[in-house]
Design a protein around this ligand. Structure first.
Ligand code: NAD
Ligand code: ZN
Length: 360
């Protein structure tokens, strides 16, 4: 038996207000006055001087505001890399992603693609990256995806939605400052937080489960229950708890896998552009058969926070469109194997996948 040897985020700061240390963290990493730091920031913060005023730009440092209205695409990564190469005299000293999973994944992908030739789509998959990435920093402003800690950057390419999974993907530095999450709208707080909850359920009930994944998953799911099913936390405590739940949920899947909800949600996202958090919620709501306890608890959380999920999103799809979603979902073999075991193909036929999509 050969066990996987995973890299991890090498440096992390945790604490309310810790974002204020950003300049001190970056200063020793500057390679030269011609090698700037590039900040990729969610454009929701464009007019938010509270956040941006704490970043001291020097020399050729730049802020690039990026919309997270759509999930990251390989073509978007290629364009950003090209823009950065054109606007800088030397390779950047670092890429800093500030935002949710969308911006964190973009920062990881751009850092990788600045040192690896060709288009980003060529690196979607497992362990295809050849050269170490540029120093990259992740600063989440919404909690749940675990993108701050994971070994992947999920991108939609011309043929598939699949991550660049590699030893060079994890951040070199993460700053976990729960104060940055204070403006997140309630519905989005629920969807992205449920991404974490679903990571835990899929990891904890999967066939790939081991003590490493189980212990992190247990911690994360307990935190989710405190946040979404009790009144025992203050608002600030809940923000800190969700930040750590996201981290532990991400750690849990590093050494296991996600499952049915993620496989189906990737299909929705690829065809309909449904975003990850809400997409997972729409799917998970119909998965009692696979995750009876998790779905029951999820419905309690949904009711408690008055969340209404869209219905009938697959009602008008053509046969061809169903086939596209089914292809995307079924191509994610490790997810199905984790969820249903080695003989998953006998259970999860194309007809079965279609019947699940038809419920949504
Ligand atoms: P997101 O990054 O798309 O952000 C969701 C919304 O919240 C956006 O409208 C954004 O502008 C807004 N927002 C973020 N921070 C805010 C703040 N502080 N105040 C107000 N609004 C704020 O959503 P997400 O759910 O964090 O990330 C989804 C993405 O993460 C998907 O692309 C998914 O594929 C990816 N993902 C990656 C991993 C991984 O391991 N790499 C894991 C899960 C999901
Ligand atoms: Zn997820």
């Amino acid at each position: 038996m050969s066990y996987k040897n995973f890299p991890m985020v090498s440096n992390v700061i945790f604490g309310r207000g810790s974002f204020g240390q950003i300049n001190d963290v970056l200063a020793p990493k500057r390679l030269s006055s011609k090698a700037p730091f590039i900040f990729l920031i969610d454009d929701v913060f464009k007019s938010n001087s509270w956040l941006t005023s704490r970043i001291s730009l020097a020399y050729d440092d730049k802020i690039i505001y990026v919309s997270s209205a759509e999930e990251p695409k390989t073509s978007q990564v290629d364009k950003l890399v090209e823009d950065i190469i054109l606007m800088t005299k030397e390779k950047p000293s670092g890429i800093i992603g500030i935002g949710g999973g969308t911006l964190l994944d973009l920062a990881k992908a751009v850092a990788i693609m600045l040192t690896n030739e060709g288009p980003a789509k060529d690196y979607q998959g497992w362990d295809l990256v050849k050269n170490p990435a540029i120093y990259h920093v992740g600063i989440p402003t919404i909690s749940g995806t675990g993108a701050e800690v994971s070994r992947t950057t999920v991108l939609t390419g011309p043929e598939r939605k699949l991550g660049i999974n590699s030893d060079y993907t994890p951040f070199d530095q993460v700053i976990l400052d729960s104060e940055l999450t204070k403006g997140v709208p309630t519905d989005q707080w629920f969807y992205t937080g449920m991404d974490c909850y679903i990571h835990c359920v899929e990891s904890l009930t999967g066939t790939y489960l081991n003590k490493f994944s189980e212990t992190f998953g247990d911690m994360a799911i307990e935190l989710c229950r405190d946040i979404y099913l009790s009144d025992k936390l203050s608002e600030e405590e809940a923000q800190e708890s969700l930040m750590m739940a996201s981290w532990h949920g991400g750690m849990s899947i590093v050494y296991s896998q996600v499952g049915v909800a993620h496989a189906l949600s990737y299909g929705l996202s690829y065809l309909l552009g449904t975003k990850h958090g809400i997409g997972n919620c729409i799917v998970f709501d119909h998965l009692e058969e696979f995750y009876p306890d998790g779905v029951k608890e999820f419905k309690e959380m949904k009711a408690r926070h008055g969340i209404e999920l869209p219905k009938g999103i697959c009602a008008d799809l053509t046969e061809e469109q169903f086939n596209i979603m089914i292809d995307v979902a079924l191509s994610l073999e490790p997810l199905w194997e984790n969820a249903l075991g080695k003989n998953w193909k006998k259970v999860m036929t194309r007809e079965k996948v279609k019947s699940l999509y038809q419920k949504m």
